[in-house]
Design a protein around this ligand. Structure first.
Ligand SMILES: Cc1cc2nc3c(=O)[nH]c(=O)nc-3n(C[C@H](O)[C@H](O)[C@H](O)COP(=O)(O)OP(=O)(O)OC[C@H]3O[C@@H](n4cnc5c(N)ncnc54)[C@H](O)[C@@H]3O)c2cc1C
Length: 399
């Protein structure tokens, strides 16, 4: 494969760069370094995220690879990867990872024409925000065992059950939810996917707060919630197949490597100006070796991200599934290694986040703590390794 960007791609990259440079001049302090905390934890951060999303929607940049008739530009996946890479390098908001990253691809694959025309354009314009209603108290890695029921009554489904860890449910307009439509089937065969408006009666969102009180995650209780049959996506009981497809869109995980470069560059600046025992940290041979090793790993991960986009473009989404798992494990664990090393060389100060004493404004310890979540969200590292062994390497399936 050719890793070099074409002239057109370079020009596009510059256009993205110029846009985000301008937008990031107006960052409210509450947004901090962005990520999920920047978006969901404060009202000011949320408003900033929404305003950038609208601007991106107007430009058509949120939905570049979609067909034109549903609000896209019919662009190759690599262009979306370049967009994601630049946006993450600027730590910019504006992308609904659930609506754009997960539900829209499901709609493109499985929705009927009426649903596509109704649900896709608002996502492309950045008008609506989604949350993901998959996990339950007893169904995380073992998602196929979920219990939330969707019982058919005439032309409606009545939903009863509970979801958990629902990121941003307190801010979202809609949820895409996976529920059991066949109670005789205990596993994957009896599940269906639905679109659900969050203002439907019977939905209660309860916060799961961080220890410091920040609000990103939720439990969602559903009691006799009515969903019209026209909001079931795909065939009844075909939800598991769709859900697996949902995970297969732009899965390069390039954003994690962008954030890795950001962190490592900040660390390089830090070691150049910080002295220990009378010498700059940048002169310490162990620090130099470790930084060089982390940089090599970043280059490997970055290359892997481009390979995934290339595979998706040339061979189809499903052929990149195993490589996408590789990038997810490698990227999330690499961020952990970078931030762990950064916090370590800062000594005790490395554990301080929101204080004038926090080196590098607390970014290392912040990311270190957040990485624990990234290793778990969207499939834990163990699950990803199982997938690599099974789908990628042909080992027998784990029972
Ligand atoms: C930051 C964050 C955001 C999240 N946001 C959302 C959201 O918006 N919507 C949503 O629906 N869910 C969300 N989740 C939930 C997430 O999808 C689940 O936490 C995840 O799938 C793991 O499930 P679990 O927590 O029940 O752990 P479990 O499945 O109980 O796993 C516990 C441990 O056992 C290991 N394990 C389990 N099965 C196997 C196996 N077969 N082989 C080897 N090891 C195994 C796991 O790797 C893990 O270490 C989020 C989670 C986090 C951390």
């Amino acid at each position: 494969m050719d890793f070099k960007l074409s002239k057109e791609q370079e020009a596009l990259k510059e256009e993205f760069e110029a846009f985000f440079k301008e937008e990031m001049k107006d960052v409210p302090p509450e947004y901090g370094r962005g990520g999920l905390e920047g978006i969901y934890a404060t009202e000011k951060g949320w408003q900033f995220h929404r305003s950038v999303a609208k601007k991106l929607g107007e430009k058509g940049w949120l939905s570049r690879p979609w067909p034109k008739e549903y609000g896209g530009l019919d662009a190759p996946i690599t262009e979306q990867l370049i967009f994601n890479e630049v946006r993450e390098r600027h730590r910019a908001p504006g992308v609904d990872i659930f609506g754009l990253g997960m539900f829209a691809p499901t709609l493109l694959i499985a929705a009927n024409d009426e649903q596509k025309k109704r649900l896709l354009p608002p996502i492309a314009r950045g008008d609506v925000v989604y949350c993901q209603g998959w996990s339950e108290p007893n169904a995380g890695s073992d998602l196929a065992g979920l219990k939330t029921k969707a019982e058919k009554k005439g032309d409606r489904y009545i939903i009863n059950g509970q979801k958990i860890w629902t990121t941003g449910a307190h801010k979202a307009d809609c949820m895409f939810i996976l529920a059991r439509t066949d109670s005789n089937e205990k596993r994957s065969r009896g599940l269906s996917v639905f679109h659900l408006s969050m203002d439907t009666p019977g939905i209660e969102v309860r916060p799961i707060l961080y220890m410091d009180g920040q609000h990103l995650y939720n439990e969602v209780f559903l009691t006799d919630v009515e969903i019209p049959e026209t909001d079931r996506i795909g065939a009844e009981n075909d939800g598991w197949r769709l859900t697996r497809e949902t995970m297969n869109f732009e899965r390069s995980n390039v954003g994690m490597f962008s954030e890795g470069y950001n962190l490592l560059n900040e660390l390089i600046e830090y070691v150049k100006i910080t002295k220990r025992n009378g010498k700059f940290l940048s002169e310490n041979p162990i620090v130099r070796q470790k930084i060089a090793k982390l940089y090599i790993d970043l280059e490997v991960g970055h290359t892997l991200a481009y390979k995934i986009a290339w595979l998706q473009e040339k061979a189809g989404l499903i052929f990149a599934a195993s490589a996408a798992s590789e990038a997810k494990v490698f990227g999330s664990e690499l961020l952990q290694r970078i931030s762990n090393f950064g916090s370590e060389i800062m000594g005790l100060y490395g554990q301080v986040a929101k204080s004038k004493w926090a080196p590098m404004d607390g970014s290392m310890v912040d990311i270190y703590q957040f990485c624990m979540g990234i290793n778990i969200a969207a499939g834990t590292s163990e699950i990803q390794r199982n997938l690599i062994a099974w789908v990628g390497l042909g080992l027998p399936r784990f029972k």
